[in-house]
Design a protein around this ligand. Sequence first.
Ligand SMILES: Nc1nc2c(c(=O)[nH]1)N[C@H]1C(S)=C(S)[C@@H](COP(=O)(O)OP(=O)(O)OC[C@H]3O[C@@H](n4cnc5c(=O)[nH]c(N)nc54)[C@H](O)[C@@H]3O)O[C@H]1N2
Ligand SMILES: Nc1nc2c(c(=O)[nH]1)N[C@H]1C(S)=C(S)[C@@H](COP(=O)(O)OP(=O)(O)OC[C@H]3O[C@@H](n4cnc5c(=O)[nH]c(N)nc54)[C@H](O)[C@@H]3O)O[C@H]1N2
Ligand code: SF4
Ligand SMILES: [Mo]
Length: 706
Amino acid sequence: MPELQHKVHRRACHLCEAICGLVIETKGEQILSIKGDPDDPLSRGHICPKAVALQDIHTDPDRLRRPVKRVRHDNGSDEFVAIPWEEALDTAAAALVQSVQQLGVDSVGVYLGNPTVHNYGMMTHQGALFRHLRTRNRFSATSVDQLPHHLVSMWLFGHKLLFPIPDIDRSDYFLMLGANPVASNGSIWTVPDVRKRIKSLTARGGRLIVIDPRKTETADLASEHIAISPGTDGWLLLAMVHSILANGWQRLRHLSDYVDGVDAVKAAVADFTPAVAAQKTGISAETIEKIARDFAHANAGICYGRMGVSTQRYGAVCQWAIQVLNILTGNLDREGGSMFTLPAVDQVQITGPGGFARHVSRVSQLPEFDRELPASTLAEEITTPGEGQIRVLFTGAGNPVLSTPSGHKLEAALGELDFMVSLDPWINETTRHADIILPPTSPLEHDHYDLAFHVNAMRNTSRFSLEVFAKPEDALHDWEIFEALGQRVARGLGLDSQPSPPPDVMMDMALQAGPYGNDSPEQLSLSVLKDSPSGIDLGPLQPLLPARLKTPEQRINIAVPECLADLQRLLTEADSLESFRLIGRRHVRDCNSWMHNFQRLVKGRNRCTLLVNPLDADREGWRTGDSVQVASPAGAVVVPVEISPDIMAGVVSLPHGYGHHRTGTKIAIANSHAGISCNDVTDAQYIDQLSGNAAVNGLPVSISLV
Ligand SMILES: Nc1nc2c(c(=O)[nH]1)N[C@H]1C(S)=C(S)[C@@H](COP(=O)(O)OP(=O)(O)OC[C@H]3O[C@@H](n4cnc5c(=O)[nH]c(N)nc54)[C@H](O)[C@@H]3O)O[C@H]1N2
Ligand SMILES: Nc1nc2c(c(=O)[nH]1)N[C@H]1C(S)=C(S)[C@@H](COP(=O)(O)OP(=O)(O)OC[C@H]3O[C@@H](n4cnc5c(=O)[nH]c(N)nc54)[C@H](O)[C@@H]3O)O[C@H]1N2
Ligand code: SF4
Ligand SMILES: [Mo]
């Protein structure tokens, strides 16, 4: 027997937005170890417990290696049987073509999930299929997530991807709302090893203020944690804008040359006084004024908000107000404030700026963003008859049954489809409804460039990773599946279809044409990156405005009409009845819904519990371990109580991504750590009316002992 080869691979972890560098040792087909790469200029050796689970993904016996087809037995039960690629691709393409020809393009629905943006081939090649489908019924996880960030970036800076990124390492005052990077490892803020960066911020005398209904792992490291009543951040942020402008604390500094609309904003926030905001938020007027004053007078301040403020009923207004605060204090595009990246593959130059409300959804008339409709409307678009009804669904890297509001209703709707095809490695709560599942190669079997997250990174770096294992025979990458389906669909519809070059060739072209490419001293290309597998450092973020703005005259108008108009909705909203408010939470060993099938990540005590404040528990007579029913008008779940002083009174918290008890799946370990899906309680009708984003945080719920 020949000696098995021992190899050391350097590779980026694609599991979350921190994109940590890894050193992976292999011997033959075996993974010996997965460690942090100390030479990675961004992550500097940091990893979290999920990195090691990359090998579990690779070796999981439940992961599909061949396409499968669902067969229905006489007794009504379903079984998935392996079929050859040709048959699978032909069948899926034929169903798409038939639906388009007989019922029109909108009869095909598309839902793409979060791993799409962690997999560059899915980003470069989805167009190979979708450009032939041209359906308006496109959906993604964006509208259960960061949609307000895109909208606000488009409105203020002229491009959906011009995100202001917290420059934490050079800051001295950080106001963070609705984010828990110590658990999530950062979002719309690629910041590996955030714990260390927070500790050095406070060690050098800087302050971190965390606004969150729960004293989170991040709040534990903060200088101060301030609890806020869920869904009321709009009041806090607007009262801060009010205070700053009323007291004349604004100083736009360099921004005054190209910022307009300050007076209009001042007039619009007149009613948002700290006194009124105090009643809404539960934070005293003195505290609100103090935060406003401290932030306005900080040398280098950051205001940043994420899931907790994006996925609530005023998500767009919150994200807008956050950037208005960064601008009024002169902290945008400034060292130690919120800055823009200049990534080596510059998506701001390559992709369109985004667009809003150019059409609306058929049933609820909710606006599109960037040609996608709100995911909350997917179920009704399947079940409501009429022209444009979805009859065939394509899902890719998504699990909307667990991850979108009122997931149980979508689950029922999937059963009504004529045909469903899923691009996914597992038979899970969503894909079990597919007629055909097309499984891609495992992450370690394909190369990787982080197309999405260098755009959001707190330092400019660039890195290309080769595959760790050769692609197995009879396997296809995600991008190859898109390409193969696209060619078949084009043929079926009589359309022209030129094959696209592979993703690595596209990256090479984009790198050479990019800001560090052929016209720059760095001369980046794919081969240069291959020679530096730990990545290349392109330096800290630099001021880039106004040149990088994509607005018509490279000016920023903070008086965004859509946001100003929406303030009225906030002002006139009726105060809620006496009920609990539901919020979410993330744990460092979770990754949305799809990493519960690996023993090392699910072991230990049950994490799928309802956090309840001791005051509420005492009053209601609940004890830790009691089963309670959590109910909204949309649905109900039964879950064990966990009493915790960290959660604010009147607020309860459930994690998302569980609910693996559903039958027909093939994820054995997840089944035995099933939990419940909080999205069986969340309400598809409970949304941010302006953006169409789901409001999975702040939902009123009632709770009763079972
Ligand atoms: N209540 C509540 N709901 C939420 C959230 C919340 O905080 N609370 N969070 C929201 C957020 S931020 C997000 S991003 C969404 C996530 O929502 P989704 O993206 O719909 O769900 P995931 O759980 O990420 O499911 C990912 C799917 O991709 C598959 N997959 C994994 N890797 C690959 C791959 O390389 N290729 C392919 N083809 N498939 C792959 C997995 O098997 C799984 O089926 O959930 C949202 N839903
Ligand atoms: N371990 C792990 N990491 C992940 C993921 C995961 O599932 N697990 N998912 C990844 C994805 S897709 C994303 S988008 C990111 C999300 O990254 P983050 O946004 O950093 O993560 P969350 O834990 O959702 O943080 C939201 C916080 O908002 C708080 N919150 C809820 N409602 C409100 C409110 O009304 N006001 C305020 N101020 N706060 C509120 C919650 O208590 C919570 O602490 O994480 C990514 N990283
Ligand atoms: S923090 Fe994110 S990128 Fe880093 S190792 Fe963990 S899962 Fe991977
Ligand atoms: Mo997300």
